[in-house]
Design a protein around this ligand. Structure first.
Ligand code: NI
Length: 187
């Protein structure tokens, strides 16, 4: 593959239609897909995220990247790419705070499985499997939800969600007539 410079992809914000679609499986890891994964990974780091899913940058594909610990480990980057991921196991339950690059300035506690086992393909098309717990497990579940058109705010009980309604409706307002929402600051 020829050398290219990765690009920052504009992040879709709450209200955007792609965030609500069930993403399509990837049937071939083409050069276009490889370049897209490079950009997705670069964007995650540039936006200080611990995970980013393809629908969050407007591509309805079953791909995400995560690196739950890079900011704790002095910026040491160790991205994990998963293509067509599938959960094999869920264990336990834990309540912990979450945020999302597509829901700026909204944070709340979400109940998720404590431990998960997931499998999928990496960026080279090799089958990979991870046993995850803690933030790793939470990030996998959060990013997987993006592939199903689900946002963490959907998992919050209705009564608790009321406190976020004003922010949510403000975020939605920047959606254009095509259902695209890159927010007020677009790169
Ligand atoms: Ni998210």
């Amino acid at each position: 593959m020829k050398k290219r410079k990765a690009e920052i992809l504009p992040i879709r914000i709450y209200g955007d239609k792609t965030l609500r679609e069930v993403a399509e499986p990837v049937d071939e890891i083409t050069e276009d897909i490889q370049e897209f994964i490079e950009d997705l990974t670069y964007t995650m780091y540039e936006k200080d995220g611990v995970g980013l899913a393809a629908p969050q940058v407007g591509r309805s594909l079953r791909i995400f990247v995560i690196d739950p610990f890079w900011f704790k480990e002095g910026g040491k980057k160790n991205p994990i790419v998963l293509i067509n991921p599938e959960f094999i196991e869920f264990k336990g339950e834990v309540d912990s705070e979450e945020g999302c690059l597509s829901l700026p300035e909204i944070y709340d506690k979400v109940k998720r499985a404590d431990k998960v086992v997931i499998k999928g393909l990496n960026e080279k098309g090799k089958e990979v499997k991870y046993d995850a717990e803690g933030l790793f497990s939470r990030s996998l579940q959060h990013e997987f939800d993006h592939l199903e058109g689900v946002l963490f705010i959907d998992k919050i009980p209705k009564l608790k969600k009321i406190v976020h309604m004003k922010k949510l409706s403000d975020l939605k307002k920047t959606t254009d007539e095509n259902g695209i929402n890159v927010g007020t600051i677009s790169l």
